[in-house]
Design a protein around this ligand. Structure first.
Ligand SMILES: Cc1ncc(COP(=O)(O)O)c(C=O)c1O
Length: 362
């Protein structure tokens, strides 16, 4: 079984055609001043689906993609994506964090959007080969990493509202600095929803994020940086923090909502849950009501709230607004957010042992 997989991957690696750029852009990049996801590495991986099958992936110089105006991505938003990071340790070794989980989630998202699933070996071997080609683009300054963006979109044409017959899988990468957003002030949403039962909230579908922009702009205009999404039915439960999963600490218990049609199965979220279990932090995975969060804030038992996701790992919340009132969270010396972030990043950057088997050497 293992031998077969190995043989298949070897064959695929041999099949990945690599065309290198003639003009590297690397000397134009200031690696000491990287923002998040705004400069792009020299190469990208592309892989087309046509005539009912995925072609072998190819690595080409990073370049614009030409599409027919009737490509279904433009009209029906048939697209899914992933977000992950590659890290370099002090020996120049390269690591990914739970990459197979991103691959599996991409296919879960693809299935929901009627996009053909991608063979795992194409994702894993393609990504490894791309990272080998652009290894020098992985930054080494403290907290920085190479942000990796795999995505699939409908390149097939037609104005008929139905799934396309052709797709493109691409992996593009962006050297990115440490994601210090600082503590944020957030608004608990009472009107808009990002997801509904039976919908696509659990998928990383492009349109989910477009739908968040307008309510977030309204929150920003009121002085908040992010929206805390609540359930679509009655806005009674808090569900996600912007494009992150949300955790609440009441006294010593860490609480997060269960994944569902509406809540994305975040890799950071599930890693935090496993670490908390090992560290003896009491954890509850259950729906969190807005009422209990307000009550806990009022009686002083609400100690922390934070978002969890690949980009920031953990993003602490300083205050939240609800129905015109702002509630501040206390400053703690021994907060869970900082210690959980350290535990995860130490594993990601190969600074600590990895008892969970999450680190993947490229
Ligand atoms: C809606 C949403 N929730 C949660 C997450 C966090 O997921 P992960 O920890 O896998 O990055 C993301 C980011 O991918 C997201 O887009």
């Amino acid at each position: 079984m293992c031998l077969n997989l190995f043989t298949m991957e070897q064959t695929l690696t041999q099949k990945i055609r690599i065309t290198k750029t003639e003009q590297s852009k690397i000397n134009e990049v200031d690696f000491n001043n990287l923002s998040f996801g705004s400069v792009f590495s020299d190469h990208m991986l592309v892989c087309d689906y046509r005539n009912g099958t995925w072609d072998a992936p190819e690595i080409v110089p990073y370049q614009p993609i030409t599409l027919d105006p009737a490509a279904k991505i433009f009209h029906y938003g048939q697209s899914v994506f992933e977000g992950m990071k590659a890290y370099k340790d002090e020996n120049d070794d390269v690591f990914l964090f739970r990459p197979l989980d991103n691959c599996k989630r991409l296919n879960i998202s693809a299935k929901r959007l009627a996009i053909p699933e991608l063979p795992e070996a194409y994702f894993m071997e393609g990504l490894k080969t791309l990272l080998e080609v652009d290894k020098q683009w992985i930054p080494t300054t403290e907290g920085s990493s190479l942000y990796v963006r795999p995505f699939i979109f409908a390149s097939g044409v037609g104005f008929h509202a139905s799934p396309a017959n052709a797709y493109k899988f691409v992996i593009a990468t962006a050297p990115s600095g440490a994601y210090f957003s600082g503590k944020v002030k957030v608004l608990i949403e009472e009107t808009y929803s990002r997801a509904a039962n039976g919908g696509v909230g659990f998928a990383k579908a492009g349109g989910n994020y477009a739908g968040q922009f307008y309510p977030t702009q309204l929150a920003v205009a009121k002085g908040y940086q992010q929206v805390i999404w609540t359930d679509d039915h009655a806005h009674e439960y808090i569900e996600e923090a912007g494009a992150m999963n949300i955790f609440v600490r009441i006294e010593d218990t860490l609480i997060t909502g269960p994944v569902s049609d509406r809540i994305l199965d975040g890799i950071t979220r599930k890693s935090i849950l496993e670490i908390a279990k090992v560290e003896g932090i009491p954890v509850e995975v259950r729906p969190i009501t807005v009422t209990e969060v307000i009550n806990a804030a009022e009686n002083g038992t609400l100690l922390e709230m934070f978002g969890a996701g690949t980009a920031a790992v953990v993003s602490p919340i300083a205050a939240f607004g609800y129905k015109g009132t702002d509630y501040d969270l206390p400053e703690l010396d021994n907060d869970y957010a900082s210690s959980l972030k350290k535990r995860i990043t130490d594993i990601q950057y190969n600074r600590s042992a990895d008892p969970f088997g999450w680190r993947f050497k490229v």
